[in-house]
Design a protein around this ligand. Structure first.
Ligand code: AMP
Ligand code: TRP
Length: 332
């Protein structure tokens, strides 16, 4: 079977180090080995209210982040979800395949809806069905995501399987494989090592944004929460100290070293040593991406062209599959 890669990022602003290490970095490396489709998932974004002007700007910003991270738009498909109508259409069809019981188990809905679930949008509840539609619309076989999307991916697999069974079309939808980074699948908040780094966290000091300048990166790392001990000399001990574990994990991932090796370099030292080193490598890695994004954002028509070109290519593939899906279901 041909390897087809699909993934999406929501245009909800504040793209951060977690997005980069959990997703974008892998998007870039996969482009050399497979056909890749990378989508700015604006339909997902509106499951919580988005100011229209901000949404528009964020769609461009996310597109710019794809390019600035190193995705080649001439080799891959980069586009926004709402401009290919197949996503919404297949989402409806798959909502009729997916089960209430399955959606009721989704922990992200529970987290995002908060205490008052009655007030959450219906879209937020059925969001994982749309995600399954994104993937299956292109018959994607591999989906690079951070660990927080694992449960949604499992749901996509269940939906694909049930569709194939219900309509007796064995192997019509491939069962998509998640590609979750092994070493650092969840980058944690700089203020609380038990919470994931997130776009929506109120404190900007909880995350490193791709747009942060060197000064701000150093300030944020200096202020990052740690504990009172020195850096331990073994991973077992390190794992018990969530903030230290997170900082070392980030460091080892950015410099491309095994955690053991990074720990060897740092053990016995105090946190200021690690923080200085970490700031240095983050500035080196992240600031060029931010600068490139900034430059790309100054030429919206160039970004519009990239999206337009990607949309055309995506639409051809989507239409071909949707046609077959309509036939399978029995639509006339
Ligand atoms: P989102 O911003 O929610 O659309 O996420 C885009 C991608 O970044 C998804 O693949 C997420 O799994 C990944 N991601 C988001 N936050 C983190 C994090 N803190 N650590 C690792 N990956 C993340
Ligand atoms: N739900 C994903 C997130 O919040 C984004 C997303 C939407 C996605 N559709 C997708 C990721 C399809 C992978 C494949 O991060």
């Amino acid at each position: 079977m041909k390897k087809i890669v699909f993934s999406g990022v929501q245009p909800t602003g504040n793209l951060h180090l977690g997005n980069y290490l959990g997703a974008l970095k892998n998007f870039v490396s996969l482009q050399h080995e497979a056909e890749c489709i990378y989508c700015v998932v604006d339909l997902h974004a509106i499951t919580t209210f988005q100011d229209p002007k901000t949404l528009r700007s964020n769609i461009f910003e996310t597109t710019a982040a794809f390019i600035a991270s190193g995705i080649d738009d001439s080799k891959n498909i980069i586009f926004n979800q709402s401009s290919v109508s197949g996503h919404a259409e297949l989402s409806w069809i798959l909502s009729c395949v997916s089960r209430m019981g399955w959606l009721n188990r989704m922990t992200q809905f529970k987290d995002k809806a908060g205490k008052d679930k009655e007030k959450a949008s219906v879209g937020l509840y059925i969001y994982p069905n749309l995600m399954a539609a994104d993937i299956l619309l292109y018959k994607a076989t591999h989906v690079p995501v951070g660990a927080d999307q694992k449960q949604h991916l499992e749901l996509s697999r269940d939906i694909a399987q049930k569709f194939n069974n219900d309509f007796k079309v064995r192997n019509f939808f491939p069962i998509p494989e998640p590609l979750i980074p092994k070493n650092i699948s969840r980058v944690m908040s700089l203020r609380d090592g038990t919470k994931k780094m997130s776009k929506s966290e109120e404190s900007d000091y909880s995350r490193i944004n791709l747009s942060d300048n060197p000064d701000l990166i150093s300030k944020k790392i200096k202020k990052a929460k740690t504990d009172s001990g020195n850096i331990p000399d073994n991973i077992k001990e390190l794992e018990k100290r969530s903030e230290a574990f997170n900082l070392l994990n980030i460091y080892s991932e950015i410099v491309g070293q095994k955690l053991e090796k990074a720990l060897n370099e740092m053990s016995g030292k105090d946190f200021s040593f690690l923080k200085d080193k970490l700031s240095e490598v983050l500035v080196e890695k992240i600031c060029p991406i931010g600068k490139k994004m900034d430059k790309l954002m100054q030429d919206k028509s160039h970004l519009e062209n990239i999206i337009k070109k990607g949309t055309e290519k995506a639409n051809i593939k989507a239409e071909e599959n949707i046609k077959k899906i309509r036939e399978i279901i029995g639509f006339v």
